[in-house]
Design a protein around this ligand. Structure first.
Ligand SMILES: *Cc1c(COP(=O)(O)O)cnc(C)c1O
Length: 392
C-alpha cells in the first residue's frame, strides 16, 4: 500500500494483507497473550507478548498511520489512554501545555486533575484565535500546544497550519485531536501537526460498539529535544500498557473500512439538519463550520474536505426548553458519545460537559448537541421538528 493510493483503498487494505497461513481476507482476531519462540529470542514476525505487540492491533496501527499520512500509529484502550501516553511520553514536571478553551470535557479534566498534580501545568486559550494561542505560550516552558478542531461541543475551528507555526517557533509540538473530523475529512500532519490523536470510539469505529484510541506521529518532528517522539511513545505505550485488545482492534479496523462512505452521508445529513434548524423559530443559534456565518468558516473550508456530522444549537427559550427537547425526540437517542451510524442527541451542560461546570470551559445551559447519524434524513428532521414545534 503506498501513499498514492486513495483514502478508501488505504482504509480497506493498509496493514491488512491476506493472512499468510490461511488466506483469510480480513486480519483474524489474534486473541492471544503470548507466542511460541523458535529457540530463545526466536520470535515469529517479532511477536513476543501482546502488550508489546499483537497482529490484530498491528494491522489497525498500520492502517490508521496510512490514513493520517503519519510514520507510525499506536492503538490504545481508549482515546484518553492515548492522550495520557502522549503527555507522559513527551513532557516532564515543569513543562507547560496550551489547551483549548472549548474541548472534550474529559481532555480538560485530564489536564486539570491528572497532569497538573503531576507537575505539568497548562493555560487555556481560545483556539480559534491564533494570537490568543501565541499569548498563552510561556517562553521556554511551553512544550506542547493541544488543539481540538472542530471542538466539542461548540464546533470551534482552529487554524492548524498557523498554530503549528506558532508552536514550532516556541519550541513546542502541536498535537491535534482529530476525533470529530476523522482522517477522512482532515489530515493535521499534512498541515504541520506533529502528533494526531483520536478517540476511535467515535467516527473511526463508527458503530457505537467499541471504545478505543489512536495516536499517529508525523514522519519528521523537528522540535528540539522531541525529535524522537515516535520512539518515546512506542516505549511508553508498552511501559504503561493501555493498549487496544485484539477484538477491539478488529472492530475498529472494520469500522475504518467504511469511514469514507459513512462520513459523506454524515455530512449530507448534517447539512440538511443545519438547514432545518437555521429556519426554525425556536432555535437561537446554530454552530456548524459549514455555515458561512461561522467565525472560522474560511479556515474550515481550507483544511477540511467537508464539515462533518456534528451540529450544536442554542434554544431561544433557554435551558428548560433544551432539556425538554432532548426528552421529546423519538428517533434521536438521548445519549453521550458520538460518531455512530445512529443519531444521538444530548445536553452538554448536564451530560458530556458536566465535569467542566464552573470552569472556563463551561458550556451554555441552553445548548443541544447532535451527532447526526446516517439514517434517512427526512425521518431525522421530522422527529426534530415535532419536538421543536412543541418546546422551541
Ligand atoms: C470522546 C472523546 C475523547 C476521549 O476518548 P475516549 O475514547 O472516550 O477515551 C477525546 N477527544 C474527543 C474530541 C472526544 O470526543
Amino acid at each position: 500500500m503506498s501513499d498514492e493510493h486513495g483514502f478508501s483503498t488505504r482504509a480497506i487494505h493498509a496493514g491488512q494483507e491476506a493472512d499468510a497461513s490461511t488466506g483469510a481476507v480480513v486480519p483474524p482476531i489474534y486473541q492471544v497473550s503470548t507466542y511460541k519462540q523458535d529457540g530463545i529470542g526466536g520470535f515469529r514476525g517479532g511477536y513476543e507478548y501482546s502488550r508489546s505487540a499483537n497482529p490484530t492491533r498491528t494491522a489497525l496501527e498500520e492502517c490508521i498511520a496510512a490514513l493520517e499520512g503519519g510514520s507510525r500509529g499506536f492503538a490504545f484502550a481508549s482515546g484518553l489512554a492515548g492522550q495520557d501516553c502522549v503527555v507522559r511520553s513527551l513532557l516532564v514536571p515543569g513543562d507547560h501545555v496550551v489547551v483549548p478553551s472549548d474541548a472534550y470535557g474529559g481532555t480538560y479534566r485530564y489536564f486539570n486533575k491528572v497532569a497538573k498534580p503531576h507537575g505539568i501545568d497548562h493555560s487555556i486559550a481560545r483556539i480559534g484565535d491564533v494570537d490568543a494561542v501565541r499569548d498563552a505560550i510561556v517562553p521556554g516552558r511551553t512544550k506542547m500546544v493541544w488543539v481540538e478542531t472542530p471542538t466539542n461541543p461548540l464546533l470551534g475551528i482552529a487554524d492548524i497550519e498557523a498554530i503549528a507555526e506558532v508552536a514550532h517557533d516556541a519550541g513546542a509540538v502541536l498535537v491535534v485531536d482529530n476525533t470529530f473530523a476523522t482522517a477522512y475529512l482532515q489530515n493535521p500532519i499534512a498541515l504541520g501537526a506533529d502528533i494526531v490523536t483520536h478517540s476511535t470510539t467515535k467516527y473511526s469505529g463508527g458503530h457505537s460498539d467499541v471504545v478505543g484510541g489512536a495516536v499517529v506521529t508525523a514522519p519528521q518532528i523537528r522540535v528540539a529535544g522531541l525529535e524522537d517522539a515516535e520512539e518515546r511513545i512506542a516505549f511508553h505505550q508498552n511501559s504503561i500498557g493501555g493498549v487496544a485488545g485484539p477484538f477491539d482492534s478488529w472492530l475498529t479496523l472494520r469500522g475504518l473500512k467504511t469511514l469514507a462512505v459513512r462520513m459523506e452521508r454524515h455530512c449530507d445529513n448534517a447539512e440538511r439538519v443545519v438547514e432545518f434548524l437555521t429556519g426554525h423559530d425556536g432555535v437561537a443559534q446554530v454552530f456548524y463550520p459549514g455555515l458561512e456565518s461561522h467565525h472560522n468558516h474560511a479556515v474550515a473550508a481550507r483544511q477540511m474536505k467537508r464539515f462533518g456530522g456534528m451540529v450544536s444549537f442554542r434554544m431561544r427559550k433557554g435551558e428548560d426548553a433544551a432539556v425538554k427537547t432532548c426528552a421529546a425526540v423519538q428517533l434521536w437517542t438521548l445519549g453521550e458519545s458520538l460518531g455512530g451510524v445512529e443519531s444521538l442527541i444530548e445536553h452538554p451542560a448536564r451530560m458530556t460537559h458536566a465535569s467542566v461546570a464552573g470552569t472556563e470551559l463551561e458550556v451554555p445551559a441552553d445548548l443541544i448537541r447532535l451527532s447526526v447519524g446516517i439514517e434517512d434524513v427526512d425521518d431525522l428532521i421530522a422527529d426534530l421538528r415535532e419536538a421543536l414545534d412543541i418546546h422551541g
